[in-house]
Design a protein around this ligand. Structure first.
Ligand code: ZN
Length: 111
């Protein structure tokens, strides 16, 4: 995720200028990839097959451990049962030769 060198805040979505202080001193920073489900919605029948795989799609707001909140999908076994407060971890899903998306899988409490 981008982080501003001037005000140190995270920037999401990627931008050319920091939305917090207007600095252009933005750098890519590796994050833990761990987070907590802040909100979730189960889409039973996605409108467009071009933007979503067939079948139910779990859309969630993920509060990353570093603070930023990002919208993504929760995938994997039991994704439809995800609830607010569940711990999740990023995985990278390649959707084409040019596009890879950060999505999340639920983490068991004991792992
Ligand atoms: Zn800034």
């Amino acid at each position: 995720m981008q982080r501003c060198g001037a005000c140190t805040r995270f920037v999401w979505f990627p931008m050319y200028i920091c939305p917090h202080c207007a600095s252009t001193d933005l750098h890519w920073t590796a994050l833990s990839g761990d987070g907590t489900v802040y909100s979730r919605s189960l889409v039973i029948d996605p409108v467009s097959a071009a933007s979503a795989p067939p079948g139910p799609l779990l859309v969630a707001l993920i509060e990353l451990d570093e603070g930023p909140v990002m919208m993504s999908n929760v995938i994997g076994d039991g994704a439809e049962d995800v609830v607010i407060g569940d711990r999740v971890r990023v995985v990278f899903q390649q959707v084409s030769d040019d596009v890879t998306l950060p999505v999340f899988e639920r983490v068991n409490a004991e792992s």
